[in-house]
Every structure is written in structure tokens, then in C-alpha cells.
Design a protein around this ligand. Structure first.
Ligand code: ADP
Ligand code: F6P
Length: 319
């Protein structure tokens, strides 16, 4: 194998650049030629390939976003789109590919693997909803962004003795809400994996209020409800003044934490090693502190379970 390529796909996440850097530098270190595909699978269909050098990934380890840009491509979901992508890879004599992205991107990676292209996936998503890996790249940074926001909101919440509802990302999952909620001391955490009633939330608020707690932070994962609706309902039910903050795409940006950079560096290097070893159709991940690998078929569509003990602990500590 002489030539490989790397791309980022789906929603971006802080640390994707560190992963690109690791893949490029490890590939060159091993004597390979490496290309970047710009704008994910859309770029593969359009032949948007750029040669990568050691210098092309200089000064990016600390930057959020992705220098290769990312995209969502409906065309790539079709056999005709995939065929165009394969033709372009062959035209450039690219034999193998590293795909950095989430579940959807891995479905695309599996399609390429089934068409004879060697592919390894690296989990990149702030949602941390990719099964079998403890962490996906960008999650830790997003959690720290949310915790920083909670610290600030807590200041004003205390001053005004208000209830705050904070909506965080997590289309189908509550990993950001749960992890940041525990770290930030949120009174209630509403996530799609665990059923809740707003009456129950208000009951907790009332009890806390009676004990003299004068402010409350309620974290809502977007998959569990809209922050403004939850805020309105709570104000109505409790009669207490409530404010709402939607953190939105702030959670997707910023300089990656050391954890995300190191994760990206380790997974990037392992992905290249696997391709050099002739492997394909795999995802690299971090499980119990060890770099590990799984078949894409095992990962795709598998629901990553939330840690219920952590959820109970968060509730217990915020009475
Ligand atoms: P993520 O990778 O963050 O989950 P998406 O779900 O948007 O993001 O997927 C990213 C891209 O992966 C899609 O725009 C599409 O090009 C490709 N993709 C998603 N699902 C499939 C599929 N079933 N088959 C082939 N390609 C897919
Ligand atoms: O990266 C995952 C995610 O942040 C989801 O939690 C969110 O719903 C979605 O991406 C929004 O992405 P976009 O605005 O790019 O469609």
C-alpha cells in the first residue's frame, strides 16, 4: 500500500484536526503518501482531493473545527454516488481511507469497504453516542464548554434566586447533559434515555426551595425536549421565575481539551497501523483506557447505553 486518504464527515467536533494531524504524520512517518478529501463524501464524489504534507497539518493540534471541512451528502447514500466516489479514489490510486465522523459516516465507510476500498473509521462526535468506544473525539471538550457555561449561569442564578433551564446538544442522547450535569451540580438532568415527568422535576424544585435552596439549574438534552418549552412549563407549575439558555453550536467549537487531543492522536495513529496491516471495515475506539478496534457492522446502529448509576448519583448529589 502506497497511498491513503483521510476525510472528516457529518457534524464537526473539537479534536478532528488533531486526528487529521495524527493520521497524516503517522502515514508519512511510515513512508506512505497521503491525501485529504475536502468536504467529506461530497468531496469524494466531486474529486476534491488535496495532497497532505507534514507542514499541511502544522499548527492545528489546538484548533477546533476541521481544516478539511465537513459536509453531509445525500448523493453518497445512493449506489451511483458511491460508484463515483470509488472511481475518483481509483483515479488517484488511493487504496485506503480513514473516515473521521459519527454513525452516519460509518455507514458510508462500510459501503466503501463493501465496494473493496480499505477503510478504518475514527469516532468524532460531541454527542458521544457511538457504541463500543468510551469516548468519541470532541465529547470531552463539549462537556467542558457546558460546565464553563453552567458556572457562569450559576452566578447570575444565585444573585437573582432564579431557576435556569439550560438546553444542551444531544439529538438522540444525553451523554453531554449527564456528564456536564454531574460536573456542574445541576439539580435535574432531562435526557431522552430516561423517562421523566415535569411534575417530578417541579416537586424536586419545591422541596429544594422549602429547604432554602434559592436557585436551580436544570439541564435538558435537546433530544428530551426544547429548553424554552420546559422553562415555560416549570414557571407555570411552580410560579417561580425561570430563565432559559440554549447553548447551541458553541458546544461544537473551541480548542480541544488535552483528553480529546490525546484520544485523537492515539486513534489516528492506530487507524494508519491497521490499514498498513491490511485491515479494513473497522472502527478504532478507546475502551477502558486501551485503544481497541471493532467491526463497523458491530458499531453501526447499536445504541450506546447511558450509565444509570451516574444518573442516580447526579440526582442524589443535587438534592
Ligand atoms: P454523522 O457521521 O455525524 O452521524 P450524518 O448522519 O449526517 O453524520 O452522516 C454523514 C454522512 O455520511 C451523510 O451525509 C452521508 O453522506 C453518509 N451516510 C450516512 N448514512 C449513510 C448510509 N446509510 N449509506 C451511505 N452513506 C451514508
Ligand atoms: O454533532 C452532533 C449534533 O451536535 C447534535 O447533537 C445536533 O442535534 C446536531 O449535531 C446539529 O448539527 P447541525 O446543526 O450541523 O445539523
Amino acid at each position: 500500500m502506497k497511498k491513503i486518504a483521510v476525510l472528516t464527515s457529518g457534524g464537526d467536533s473539537p479534536g478532528m484536526n488533531a486526528a487529521i494531524r495524527a493520521v497524516v504524520r503517522k502515514a508519512i512517518y511510515e513512508g506512505l503518501e497521503i491525501y485529504g478529501v475536502r468536504r467529506g463524501y461530497a468531496g469524494m464524489i466531486n474529486g476534491d482531493f488535496v495532497p497532505m504534507s507534514l507542514g499541511s497539518v502544522a499548527d492545528i493540534v489546538h484548533r477546533g473545527g476541521t481544516i478539511l471541512h465537513t459536509a453531509r451528502s445525500e448523493e453518497f447514500k445512493t449506489p451511483a454516488g458511491q460508484e463515483k466516489a470509488v472511481v475518483n479514489l481509483e483515479k488517484h490510486r488511493i487504496e485506503a481511507l480513514v473516515v473521521i465522523g459519527g454513525d452516519g459516516s460509518f455507514r458510508g465507510a462500510l459501503a466503501l469497504h463493501q465496494r473493496g476500498i480499505k477503510v478504518v473509521g475514527i469516532p468524532g462526535s460531541i454527542d458521544n453516542d457511538i457504541a463500543l468506544t468510551d469516548y468519541s473525539i470532541g465529547f470531552d471538550t463539549a462537556v467542558n464548554t457546558v460546565v464553563e457555561a453552567l458556572n457562569k449561569i450559576r452566578d447570575t442564578a444565585t444573585s437573582h434566586e432564579r431557576i435556569f433551564v439550560i438546553e444542551v446538544m444531544g439529538r438522540n442522547s444525553g451523554f453531554i447533559a449527564l456528564t456536564a450535569g454531574l460536573a456542574g451540580g445541576a439539580e435535574s438532568i432531562l435526557i431522552p434515555e430516561i423517562s421523566f415527568s415535569l411534575d417530578g422535576v417541579c416537586e424536586r424544585l419545591k422541596r429544594a426551595h422549602e429547604r432554602g435552596k434559592i436557585h436551580s439549574l436544570i439541564l435538558v438534552a435537546e433530544g428530551a425536549g426544547r429548553g424554552f418549552e420546559v422553562g415555560e412549563a416549570i414557571q407555570e407549575k411552580t410560579g417561580q421565575e425561570t430563565r432559559v439558555t440554549v447553548l447551541g453550536h458553541i458546544q461544537r467549537g473551541g480548542s480541544p481539551t488535552a483528553l480529546d487531543r490525546n484520544l485523537a492522536s492515539q486513534l489516528g495513529a492506530r487507524a494508519v497501523d491497521l490499514l498498513l496491516g491490511g485491515e479494513s471495515g473497522l472502527m478504532v475506539g478507546m475502551t477502558a483506557g486501551k485503544v481497541s478496534q471493532y467491526r463497523l457492522e458491530e458499531v453501526i446502529g447499536r445504541k450506546k447505553e447511558i450509565d444509570r448509576e451516574l444518573y442516580e448519583l447526579a440526582l442524589a448529589l443535587s438534592i
